[in-house]
Write a protein that binds this ligand. Structure first.
Ligand code: LLP
Length: 404
């Protein structure tokens, strides 16, 4: 995805062509970028021969899941809906792990019936519930326990999950007691220790700390885990500063750790696979002038892309066609929704925009469409995949009539 002669291209397609033909706001993904990300991830961790379970929550588009599956990836799911989607995409049950703090009886039964690889449990109550259900079905179920390693992931507090004040996982003491309990259970088979300390992690150090905790806990548990599921969280470069997680360093740390254990590594990456494959195309509907700044009122809003409103996350915005004329005013890019947090970015460095111009919001492939809603009764945007010179609508723009 880059400019050619000042026009933004997604692979061989001029983005303007897509905006004009298919309308805005639209999510637009690059197939080659997706392929490169998967191959790069695999290359960096090759020596570990891990099972890579794509975190479906980051982008559950069925067509994309089918493409991801073709590279041999499995799925990390957190609801019956995601599990059904993953299965519909053709992902083999034995490559699916089920995470989440509040799985219902219906979800547990469904997962058991589908014979997925692992249910990663997050509380004593959940473990007892799974035991009860599997007993009633006369089965023995493979499970993991998610450890809360009390490790600071040094990321946004809203997407941090590995500290003791977070609802996720089970603390060391309880973990060790539960290992003992499960050892004696007829209907539970403990196979995995899982962990996930947070998302958008840019430095490998928190992961190193987490591995040290794992080392200690595994030793104390005196248990041979068939799988160690290290979760996801690998951060990407949102601000163009080239700061992203060094996968090689993380891989080296895991190699050192795994030497002492005869376990298979599982990863659950979402953002690092799909995040920078997608952009959002949007049109400037109005420019509202005010004394300090101009409001650039887009046709995309917080319902289409929640991250800025929810986490104050910054996504770069670029013009679709570059000109040399600089804006003299500060711009605030906003949506039309009746909320003050419905804004994307403030900038004093942008080219002069006119009404009806198009812009691009960058790196929205992960937690973009998946967090979208119909707030303000706005139909969901379309999703488009570009592969070389081919354009494919992979999710149609929601019709107003279906919404009303
Ligand atoms: N595994 C588990 C158990 C998770 O909870 C998550 C993300 C992942 C894997 C995938 O993490 P990733 O590789 O994508 O960082 N909506 C937020 C992110 C929330 C992440 C939730 N869990 C955002 O837009 O930044």
């Amino acid at each position: 995805m880059k400019y050619r002669n000042n026009n933004f291209f997604i692979e061989n397609i001029k983005a303007e062509k897509i905006a004009k033909k298919y309308g805005t706001p639209s999510y637009c993904y690059s197939y080659s970028k997706l392929k490169n990300n998967i191959l790069n991830f695999k290359k960096n961790f090759k020596i570990l021969n891990p099972l890579i379970c794509f975190a479906v929550k980051s982008n559950p588009n069925l067509y994309l899941l089918k493409e991801i599956k073709k590279f041999g990836l499995g799925a990390d799911v957190v609801s019956i809906g995601e599990l059904m989607r993953a299965l519909k995409a053709g992902i083999k049950p034995k490559k699916i792990v089920f995470s989440g703090v509040g799985k219902t009886e219906e979800e547990i039964r469904y997962a058991i019936n589908k014979k997925i690889l692992l249910i990663n449990t997050e509380s004593e109550s959940e473990i007892k519930e799974i035991e009860k259900i599997s007993k009633s079905m006369s089965k023995t179920i493979d499970i993991g326990i998610r450890l809360n390693p009390n490790t600071d992931a040094k990321t946004l507090s809203q997407i941090s999950t590995g500290k003791k004040e977070n609802k996720f996982g089970i603390d060391e003491k309880q973990f060790l007691n539960l290992v003992k309990y499960i050892k004696n259970s007829k209907n539970l088979n403990l196979k995995c220790l899982s962990v996930h300390i947070g998302s958008q992690i840019l430095n490998h150090k928190p992961y190193e700390k987490m591995l040290k905790v794992l080392e200690r806990v595994i030793k104390k548990s005196n248990f041979q885990f068939e799988f160690i599921d290290l979760g996801g969280g690998m951060g990407i470069d949102y601000d163009g500063s080239n700061q992203k997680l060094n996968l090689k360093k993380y891989s080296n740390a895991i190699q050192k750790f795994i030497k002492n254990h005869n376990s298979k590594i599982i990863f659950e990456p979402g953002r690092s696979i799909i995040g920078d494959t997608g952009i959002m195309l949007s049109k400037v509907n109005y420019i509202k002038k005010s004394s300090r700044k101009d409001f650039i009122i887009l046709d995309a809003a917080m319902n289409d892309l929640m991250r800025p409103a929810l986490y104050n996350a910054k996504h770069r915005i670029l013009p679709l066609n570059k000109t040399k004329q600089k804006s003299k005013k500060n711009y605030e890019f906003v949506g039309p929704i009746c909320e003050s947090t419905d804004k994307f970015l403030n900038t004093n460095k942008f080219q002069k925009l006119n009404e009806k111009d198009y812009i691009i919001i960058c790196d929205v492939g992960a937690y973009g469409m998946s967090l979208s809603s119909n707030y303000n009764m706005r139909p969901k945007a379309s999703e488009i995949l570009v592969n070389g010179s081919k354009i494919k609508i992979i999710s149609k723009r929601q019709k107003l009539k279906d919404l009303i």
